[in-house]
Design a protein around this ligand. Structure first.
Ligand SMILES: C[C@H](N)C(=O)N[C@@H](Cc1c[nH]cn1)C(=O)O
Ligand SMILES: [Zn+2]
Ligand SMILES: [Zn+2]
Length: 479
């Protein structure tokens, strides 16, 4: 059942106001991984809560307690649980999103201030941190609510919300919060949920909308190496002491090959090979090597074979090196030997891998390799956070409803994709509620999520809002 014409017209005629609201959200620097910005994440949660209340959503802010980060005890940002409608004749859809963002500094290479939404009239791009991940999609849902409220039309389904402010930093406390809510049964706010919809990932290219039925999991580590009591002068101590940075670089170089192969024995082998039928899925996808190179901003694809690249992202694990805490990284030529360094890396996981299954392989390998150095430094492996991979049934009416919505708005059949990124809570919803979970991306492959100059195309924000609204009508009409 298509959305009413008045709904689509409202979205078109209020586009500028929606973009202004996105600008207000982007301006709040809700970086969950930076202790100095924790108060901004909480401000963002309160802002979002206020918006929901104004649009008629009843909410409760769930206190997730505190956690230790960067040597401090910090308040976790609240989970926002919301509800609108309780008509037993209607289906109930649970919507998830996250209001925190990745860090961003102008000096990282942004052309404009990351926290001022810039509307580039020529390209139609809305540029700013969080525009596509995940403030734009969250605001897409608010746009849908606003249209219904101001047009005086009833929502086609009952809606439940779950918004968090720690997704980019391990989703701490959220699993327990959801499980508690589910445990309350009839008295809980998630009682009667029929399906879940998450808009927090991206199309495979810049042309074709996608529906996503899989996510990789993640296990994030830091290798911490210590030795000297303080930073040292390299002229006085070079070739005199075991240097933590030298040990760390050598160790990190043993994790992954230049062609992407994971060098930790047992990790790549855990994944069963694909069969012919699965291969056909990748062959059919609207995807070229140019798409990946355009999104990456360079001719850097690991293979010239489209299926190899797609499988590398969707059905194989990957290991990425992210950075070194404590290393000298400023301008100039400081001649220091850092006393303490932490090498950050993560492994993206696919079924049947889980963080618990791969951690022993990582520990055993790093300890054995470090032992070979005969270094007098100390090495400690820290597991920072993780999440399991997830795969859903695309034949479910939830996916059918989203397919119809995309066809109605974009006049195109969506690509069915598995996302290379991770949203740890997805599996928690699927398992604890026992319902189908759908990922309905709003943005394009070249949006630059987590990167510099992150953007959401104006058309994706506006047409994407229509897709979200139409999807609710299609769910409402599903048998
Ligand atoms: C796909 C989603 N928009 C996303 O960006 N997820 C993050 C989650 C995460 C895990 N550790 C830190 N962030 C991701 O896939 O990196
Ligand atoms: Zn996200
Ligand atoms: Zn993200």
């Amino acid at each position: 059942m298509p959305a009413p014409t008045s709904f689509n017209n409202y979205i078109d005629t209020h586009a500028d106001a929606f973009i202004k609201r996105l600008g207000d959200a982007v301006a709040i620097q809700s970086i969950s991984s930076d202790a100095l910005r924790r108060q901004d994440v909480i401000v963002m949660g309160n802002w979002l809560n206020g918006q929901l209340n104004e649009l008629g959503v009843e909410t409760k802010l769930v206190d997730l307690g505190t956690h230790e980060m960067q040597g401090q005890t910090l308040q976790l940002p609240p989970a926002i649980i919301g509800r609108l409608g309780s008509d037993p004749a209607k289906k109930t859809v649970l919507i998830y999103g996250h209001y925190d963002v990745q860090p961003a500094l102008k000096t990282d290479g942004w052309k404009t201030d990351p926290f001022t939404l810039v509307v580039d009239e020529d390209s139609g791009r809305l540029i700013g941190r969080g525009s596509t991940d995940d403030k734009g999609p969250i605001l897409g849902w608010l746009n849908v609510l606003e249209a219904h409220k101001n047009l005086g039309i009833a929502m086609p389904v009952n809606v439940r919300f779950c918004f968090e402010g720690m997704e980019e930093n391990g989703s701490e406390g959220l699993d327990e919060c959801i499980q508690e809510e589910v445990k309350k049964g009839k008295d809980g706010w998630f009682d009667g949920v029929d399906c879940v919809c998450i808009s927090d990932n991206y199309w495979l290219n810049t042309r074709t909308p996608a529906l996503t039925y899989g996510l990789r999991g993640i296990a994030y580590f830091s290798i911490n190496i210590t030795g000297p009591g303080q930073d040292l002068h390299s002229g006085l101590f070079g070739r005199t002491v075991h240097e933590p940075m030298t040990d760390l670089i050598k160790l990190m170089s043993k994790l992954v090959d230049h062609n992407g192969d994971i060098l930790i024995p047992g990790i790549d082998d855990m994944v069963p090979p694909h069969d012919e039928e699965e291969l056909k899925l990748y062959q059919k996808m609207d995807y070229t090597i140019d798409d990946i190179e355009e999104a990456a901003g360079g001719k850097v694809a690991l293979s010239s074979e489209k299926t190899t690249v797609l499988m590398g992202r969707m059905r194989q694990p990957s290991l990425s090196l992210h950075g070194i805490e404590g290393a000298f990284s400023a301008v100039g030529a400081k001649t220091v030997i850092p006393a303490k360094v932490g090498g950050k890396f993560s492994i993206r996981l696919v079924p049947p891998q889980t963080p618990e299954k791969i951690i022993p392989f990582v520990n055993a390998y790093l300890e054995a390799e470090f032992a070979k150095f005969n270094s007098k430094n100390k090495m400690e492996i820290e597991y920072l956070h993780g999440g399991k991979p997830w795969v859903a049934d695309v034949k479910h009416w939830n996916f059918e409803a989203a397919k119809k919505a995309i066809e109605a708005v974009y006049k195109k059949t969506p690509d069915y994709t598995r996302e290379g990124g991770s949203i740890p809570v997805t599996l928690t919803f699927a398992e604890s509620l026992g319902v189908n979970v759908l990922l309905l991306p709003m943005g394009r492959a070249d949006d630059g999520a987590h990167s510099t100059n992150e953007k959401l195309d104006r058309s994706n924000f506006i047409e994407g809002t229509k897709v979200l609204g139409t999807y609710l009508y299609e769910v409402g009409a599903a048998a």
